[in-house]
Design a protein. Sequence first.
Lengths: 362, 351
Amino acid sequence: MTHPHARTRRAAFAATAVAGALAVTLTGCGGTTKDDSSGDANAKTSDAKADPDAPLKEGLKVAFLPKQINNPYSKIVNKAGIEAAEEYKGTGKEVGPSDAKASSQVSYINTLIQQRQDAILIAANDPKAVCGPLKQAMKQDIKVVAYDSDTSKDCRQMFINQASSEEIGRSQIQHVAKQMDYKGELAILSATQNATNQNTWIEYMKKELKKPEYKDMKLVDTRYGNDDDQKSFQEAQGLLKSHPKLKAIVSPTTVGIAAAARYVSSSSYKGKVIVNGLGTPNQMRKYIKDGTVEQFSLWNPEELGYLGSYAAAALASGQITGAEGEKFKAGKLGEYEIGKDGEVILGPPTVFDKKNIDDFDF
Amino acid sequence: MITTPRKTRQGEEAPPGPGTPGRSARALAEALLRAREFSIGGALVLLILVTWITNPSFLDSQGTQDLLLNSSILLLLAVGQAVVVLTRNIDLSVGSVVGLSAFACGSFVSGSDHSAATMVLLGIALGALCGLVSGALVSFGRVPALVVTLGMLYVIQGIGYYWADGGQISAANVPDPILELGSGNVLGVPYLPLIAVAVLVATAYYLRTYRSGRELYAIGSNPEAARLAGIPIRRRVLGAYLFSGAVAGLAGALWLARFGTVVADPANGWELTVVSAVVVGGVAITGGVGSVWGAALGATLLTTIGSVLVVLKVNSFWQQAITGVLLLAAITTDRIVHTRTTSALRKRSRK
């Protein structure tokens, strides 16, 4: 789970999926035989060495395979990635299933192998289910970069992480602490009680709060709005009722922060309670403009796609191999260093406020 | 035979013949069934009082407004659902209809200056259309309501997903007069509960006074007898679905006004909450018994429990468990009251 909110999206049009599967079978029939391509691919991978000075190759073919097409978040990520490909004179495209099921990406990977892409970027629906075909791709010298949601470590060369969980968690407290002047009560409005990413962030928020500079701040409650509008509303109301001295609500989920902001904006608490957390600019624009919310944050999905695209190009051009410590240039974002297990972290989340919110549309 | 007490309770227009035990039987049945509404109402009052004593700010002006606003949408949906359940049918598609209507209204008003009234009419029309399709399939197609409306749930949801294409309606694009409908008030009473109560009162009046309203009870009590009595069952059932759909459509429009931000399926899963509210409110799932007042009380009780648990700092996990227990308790009491009344009435008739 990497999207800030986790509403299940059921498959709407199975027909598309069936059509997609058919297409795969057809291309599968006309494709080359496995043996001749994997033979020389093995030879290539074995002597692959990073040449940091190698220029980015022109005409690279890069494919983006999101968890699910039709998702506004993935669209922004991949559009930015495709635009980045144009910058380095390659071609990018987005393909993917209409549902986020574990196995639905497999047939797409097979097709991409047949099409002999130079690199595949994948946001894995399931870390293991996509492993077989991805390994097949790597054998054939197709570079594999996971972004947004990782695969198992041995099934890809690199993983572009939107922001580390620790960074997200700690920065939430750092931001709200400044707004609260480092004193007073705060509460968390989360999604569901067992959402892994939410709980990891909350863990880090609590760790950050233990630092001495926050000694006058107190986390009084953590409530769960289940990413449901009405429930989040009620939880926000309850927080304010049961903690009359509450100074801030931090909601690390897009549904929660929008609900809290809407409630506060239409109640007598407007201007008295701080709302902060993770949200999207389109959702929060109204509340930033009417002054209910001063700031909120989220990683920039455009930069995520952009960085992924450049990482794939650097791999395909032989600048890097995905080993720890290697460095590569990601266009306008500057230089990035590969961390442990081939992981690259995009950077701290972007903070949105009155000044910059109109520069974003997602 | 079994349905006699139920019908006599509701059948005000049928005067009991001289010397029959009708009057006392009716009084007994009525008392028992009214007891249901009173007990839910009592539970609700008690719940609010206890919370108020524990936390006096629970009933300050903001708190009261919140309570009223929270229950409005569920109350509306429960009224619509009750009318369908009375005819021994069910409408599981309401959650999707609310979602589609909210999203459609959102797209319609986004960045425009359409008035709240136009938007509400659009929502009602769209909901009525959905209700018409479900109703036609149930009444004329003779397909079980459970299957039809479950199918409609997915169809409408699918349309919503396809249309929304992962997008959402942002509060920033919704015109202020529409958001004002969701948050504003007249003399301290917010608009939403006023609308909900207006629909409730009108429906209750219709069900009690109009011939076609009475016929809905007759259909639910005993479809075969209703048919023999010359009641146009199909038309009435179609009407019930049309109403439920229209109310869900209205609820969708109000959803947008209240929450501002809307995704493709905001009320995903609400159908079951609505059915729970109706059953807790004393409307028998087997049809023919209950009132929209009860359903409305059931809806208010369920949402109030949600608010109270938060204020009392109880883990929200309990909310679902409590709803479940209430549901089981409601069905059990129904069963017991039903068996007791039937046997009591039989004894009296024998005398």
